[in-house]
Design a protein around this ligand. Structure first.
Ligand code: SAM
Length: 281
């Protein structure tokens, strides 16, 4: 019997509750155990017997309970890796998703190909997109917005830690309401889930801020507003890139076309789902 075998019932509960694989569940147990006891994960590999110490198990159990109730590992740890960077997160911000790395990749591709300089990130949350762009391309002029003051606090602190040399201008704004000036590129991962979508009852989503997830009856309210108003804030030949739900490809391309954009495209995420659409004004 290995040490991890004594956590078998926890592993089974994670697999059942969150529909994750056994190896993911084992990894979560180890991460939570290490975090609860302020140990580098490597310690558990070098000396697995630490996992049988009763005082340590007690600390682990407290956090494991929160995990089982649906709090994500990222919220428990207060951090999440995105685009190779360690972002701080709390329950005021959406936990940045791997799918959104596609939006950053596409933004970098457009910035390099068309020598774009002025970038606006709408609904920045933890600052995941704006900060990743600032780290990869330090000479950009980036404005990042959110209408949640608490989310902006998290974004500002991530920028201070991760890209102190490339300042980002953070603004509290209801979408474009406080925005002035012209941009070469607008990027946004807005809320795009429909009000009555059953996914909202899934364990992890229940702990995330509703205003980061939900946008009207069809999940399209924010996308509609952003796509229709972007042209007023884009320079000639400027680009708009938006993340959206896997079933919203058609609606987004239609909205982009109606909004006067050309060279429309939609790219799929690693799971093969349509995820980011955009076009040139
Ligand atoms: C899906 S989250 C994206 C967060 C981050 N950009 C990311 O990709 O991880 C959407 C963000 O939009 C913000 N938001 C919602 N309504 C807004 C509004 N009316 N004006 C500005 N931001 C808004 C939310 O607070 C949230 O941070």
């Amino acid at each position: 019997m290995t040490i991890i075998d004594s956590f078998e019932s926890d592993i089974a509960k994670l697999v059942k509750t969150f529909n994750i694989s056994r190896s993911e569940a084992i990894s979560e147990v180890k991460i939570i155990f290490a975090y609860a006891n302020d140990l580098p994960s490597l310690n558990l590999i070098m000396d697995p017997t630490v996992m049988s110490e009763s005082t340590k198990i007690k600390k682990y159990k407290k956090l494991f309970k929160e995990r089982l109730q649906g709090k994500s590992v990222a919220y428990i740890l207060g951090r999440k890796e995105f685009y190779g960077l360690a972002f701080s997160v709390n329950d005021s911000v959406l936990v940045p998703r791997p799918d959104t790395e596609l939006l950053v990749d596409l933004a970098i591709e457009k910035i390099e190909r068309y020598d774009l300089k002025r970038v606006l990130d709408l609904g920045t949350g933890s600052g995941a997109i704006a900060v990743s762009l600032a780290v990869k391309m330090p000479n950009l002029n980036i404005v990042a917005t959110d209408n949640s003051a608490k989310a902006l606090e998290v974004a500002v602190s991530n920028a201070d830690v991760l890209c102190p040399q490339s300042p980002i201008t953070f603004l509290r704004s209801d979408w474009f309401s406080k925005i002035s000036g012209e941009f070469d590129l607008i990027v946004s991962n807005p809320p795009y889930i429909a009000l009555d979508d059953s996914h909202l009852n899934l364990a992890d989503l229940r702990f995330e801020p509703k205003q980061a997830l939900v946008s009207g009856a069809e999940g399209l309210d924010a996308l509609r507003l952003i796509i229709s108003q972007s042209r007023n804030f884009l320079a000639k030949n400027g680009w708009l890139l938006v993340e959206h739900g896997y079933e919203q490809r058609g609606s987004c391309l239609e909205l982009l076309g109606a909004g006067g954009f050309s060279q429309l495209f939609c790219d799929s995420d690693l799971g093969g789902n349509p995820r980011v659409s955009g076009g040139k004004i």
